[in-house]
Design a protein around this ligand. Structure first.
Ligand code: AVJ
Length: 324
């Protein structure tokens, strides 16, 4: 897949074709195996990303507003501990509000490099942030942050990485370790890394955050079936499946499924898949960490904990790490 800073319409459409082929492979394979599962990254097409933005405004979904409040409260302290940061590298662009809080706190910042798969999302974010922070160079990098190996052509300079929103929770512990090792490669020795991580907590708070009364999270999950219908010539009845969220205590994670409400047959790309009533497709994991669990994971990938901040209700954490 083409990766880099700008692209022509030919590379854009080649990228789109590759994306659909990859989605098709993942869906046909994921619906054939047992237990059925589809990787969570496919939830985030344009519609899914917009629905996720809606989730961040739902009352029961505490992570976004709690992380924003932590950045607001501790941004200056984070900036002081990170040192003379010249380049901010964001893995998977978050909402520009969170990023702006960090940019404002980093007095000597010269360049902001957001890494994201969505070129249009990056272009919007670049425009907004350049307007908001005059003098800041925004150099978007198009690519999957799990696969990006270097930021060719980007200024060296003291680097701070930023991975917000507990997106790291989508990854298994093994994948998270691999991600942290790869980020170490990209950011380089001496750099720092700020990561937002959701904390383990009471199920009374956790479960409603992933199954809100307004049904926004359900709509987000079910969009995966609608996306299969749109892009892979599927005929899923989106009212025939229910969004289900549960906490897997052993694995320390929320697991999200789409559960068939009846016995039914579904066709995708000319192939037929039978679902028994109650049968489910695993669509997403959201891992939760205590502060010390996450610090141990970071250390296993070569990152030294500098400091961690939590809110008074112990809902969410921000970790500053350094690569020695
Ligand atoms: C984007 C992975 C941080 O795990 O809280 C929220 C995804 N899915 N509600 C999370 C999500 C359903 C979210 N992350």
């Amino acid at each position: 897949m083409a990766e880099g800073r700008t692209s022509t319409s030919a590379t854009k459409s080649a990228r789109r074709t590759a994306e659909i082929a990859e989605f098709a492979d993942a869906v046909l394979h994921g619906l054939s195996k047992r237990p059925r599962s589809i990787p969570s990254r496919f939830l985030y097409d344009a519609t899914g990303s917009a629905l996720f933005e809606d989730i961040t405004r739902v009352e029961a979904y505490y992570p976004t507003r709690t992380e924003t409040a932590l950045l607001d409260s501790y941004g200056d302290e984070i900036a002081a501990l990170a040192g003379d940061v010249e380049t901010l590298v964001e893995f998977g662009s978050g909402s520009s509000r969170k990023t702006s809080l960090l940019i404002e706190a980093l007095a000597g910042l010269d360049t902001y490099i957001p890494i994201d798969v969505s070129e249009s999302f990056l272009a919007d974010a670049a425009k907004r942030l350049e307007a908001k922070h005059p003098g800041l160079n925004v150099k978007p990098h198009v690519g999957d942050f799990m696969r990006t190996r270097n930021l060719a052509g980007a200024p060296r300079g003291e680097r701070l990485g930023f991975f917000s929103g507990s997106t790291i929770g989508n990854l298994t512990h093994e994948e998270a370790k691999a991600f942290l090792e790869n980020a170490a490669e990209i950011l380089g020795v001496g750099s720092t890394f700020l990561i937002g991580v959701d904390l383990k907590k009471s199920l009374d708070i956790l479960l409603p955050a992933y199954d809100d009364e307004e049904g926004v999270t359900a709509a987000f999950s079910l969009n995966l079936l609608a996306r299969i219908n749109r892009e892979l010539d599927g005929d899923f009845d989106t009212t025939g499946f229910a969004h289900t969220a549960l906490y897997n205590d052993g694995k320390g994670r929320i697991e999200i499924y789409l559960q068939s409400l009846t016995d039914q047959d579904v066709r995708v790309m000319g192939r037929s898949f039978s679902f028994g009533k109650g049968e489910r497709i695993h669509t997403e994991n959201s891992h939760k960490y205590s502060v010390s669990e996450f610090q141990a994971l970071a250390q296993s990938a070569g990152w030294q904990p500098v400091k961690a901040w939590t809110d008074p209700a112990d809902l969410f954490s921000l970790h500053l790490l350094r690569l020695a």
